[in-house]
Design a protein around this ligand. Structure first.
Ligand code: MEV
Length: 423
């Protein structure tokens, strides 16, 4: 299947006609595409290229979060069952220890400039150091608005990179991007000083781009889950001490085994990404930053850590890069992102980052608690069973009845759903 070269210049309705004809979409399928929903056609068409329609996902609101003493509602956009419920449950249990405490660094992003064929690397680094103030001023001149709001370049650092194609000079521009994620500002600044860097170093600049490994823009969240709340969470099938010990074992597994750490961190990102998406931020940037950070010491490990307090309770902690903004990108253009930010009630990008850290910790706690006690399938099963019932053709109250029966029987599959539906 292929589309005409005019496809991209057509309005969305014209694109849909062409797409429908080429891909043999039925009238019903075409009608679904034609419904733009809360992201209207004009806005969607300005956001990306070749727009044919919008794609809806559920937005759920996680409850029970208390972060830095403030009750917080968390809008989450994702397709996976049990995530919103897991976060809300973890947050409820965390209230036993006073909720989440979260802090963050200044919003410093890093831009990278790659310089090759530098005749004398050491001399070049010294020369950049001498001209730092001028370079910083030139970069700042690209974004006077950011500077007037207290942002702008805070430092320039250089290092030598050994590669198979010889030594390269990598210059890092540290930029306080305030309430923006900052990719555009940082990239523009890197480009603005690249010819000066060529003059100073005698080399040739190549890539000029932000790094998603935003190690200077992190948020940290901690929480304590009391052993009493942990026991209650299992309906006292386990003692609090047993849950704490099991979770510490689970943590050691994730800390020491990259196979487990990867899944552990995926669970963390279930929570974080869904808030990042709800607020119109770039979840791929968040993902890249998180996984890069998880391997920053040379071995991929868990983004969370757990320990036992002197009272025998469970303390969890997470730190990760939080390259998110309240301005720019889809945060202001997507009508639902604006509302999500209003629900969150955040005043700064740092505050949003702190919430993300708390949600990530909550999500990880929820998964680890379930995995180290009753197992993950029970919670997952109920919603999964509903989806299977719908796929089998159940409607209305049939969905709940069939799903409940399949979950009780621990036999959730399409064939059983069909059988029950026929009955
Ligand atoms: C599933 O989306 C996420 C989990 O696998 C996370 C984990 O294992 O920690 C449940």
């Amino acid at each position: 299947m292929t589309l005409t070269t005019e496809f991209k210049t057509k309005p969305p309705a014209g694109r849909l006609d062409e797409l429908a004809a080429e891909c043999q979409l039925t009238a019903d399928e075409k009608a679904l595409f034609a419904k733009f929903g809360s992201l209207d056609e004009g806005t969607a068409n300005r956001m990306i290229e070749n727009v044919a329609t919008t794609y809806a996902l559920p937005m759920g609101i996680a409850t029970n979060f208390k972060i830095n003493g403030k009750d917080q509602l968390i809008p989450m956009v994702l397709e996976e069952p049990s995530v919103v419920a897991g976060a809300s449950f973890a947050a409820k249990l965390a209230q036993s220890g006073g909720g989440f405490t979260a802090t963050s660094t200044l919003p410093i992003m890093i831009g990278q400039i790659q310089i090759v064929h530098v005749p004398d690397l050491k001399k070049a680094i010294a020369a950049i150091e001498r001209q730092k103030a001028e370079l910083m001023a030139k970069a700042n001149a690209k974004d006077p608005m950011l500077v007037s709001r207290g942002g702008g370049v805070t430092d320039i650092q250089s290092r030598i990179l050994q590669t198979a194609r010889g030594e390269m000079l990598i210059v890092h521009l540290h930029v306080n991007t305030q309430d923006a994620m900052g990719a555009n500002a940082v990239n523009t600044m890197c480009e603005a000083i690249s010819s000066d860097l060529e003059t100073i170093t005698g080399g040739q600049t190549r890539l000029r781009i932000l790094t998603n490994l935003a190690i200077h823009r992190t948020a940290t969240a901690t929480a304590i889950w009391t052993k009493e709340s942990l026991a209650q969470s299992t309906k006292n099938q386990f003692t609090g001490e047993q849950v704490v010990e099991a979770m510490l074992d689970a943590f050691e597994f994730a800390k020491n085994d990259p196979y487990r750490a990867c899944t552990n961190n995926k669970g963390i990102m279930n929570g974080i990404d869904s808030v990042v998406i709800a607020t119109g931020n770039d979840w791929r940037a968040m993902e890249a930053g998180a996984h890069g950070y998880a391997v920053k010491n040379g071995r991929y490990t868990s983004l969370t850590t757990y320990s036992k307090t002197k009272d025998g309770d469970l303390k969890g902690e997470i730190t990760l890069p939080v390259a998110v903004g309240l301005v720019g990108g889809a945060t202001r253009t997507h009508p639902l992102a604006k509302i999500a930010l209003k629900i969150l009630g955040v005043q700064s990008a740092r505050e949003l980052g702190e919430i993300l850290a708390a949600v990530g910790l909550a999500q990880n706690f929820a998964a680890m608690r379930a995995l180290s006690t009753e197992g993950i399938s029970r919670g997952h099963m109920k919603l999964h069973a509903k989806n299977i019932a719908v796929l089998a053709g159940a409607t209305g109250d049939q969905i709940d009845r069939i799903a409940a029966q399949m979950a009780d029987e621990k036999n959730v599959n399409a064939a059983r759903a069909k059988e029950l539906l026929e009955k």
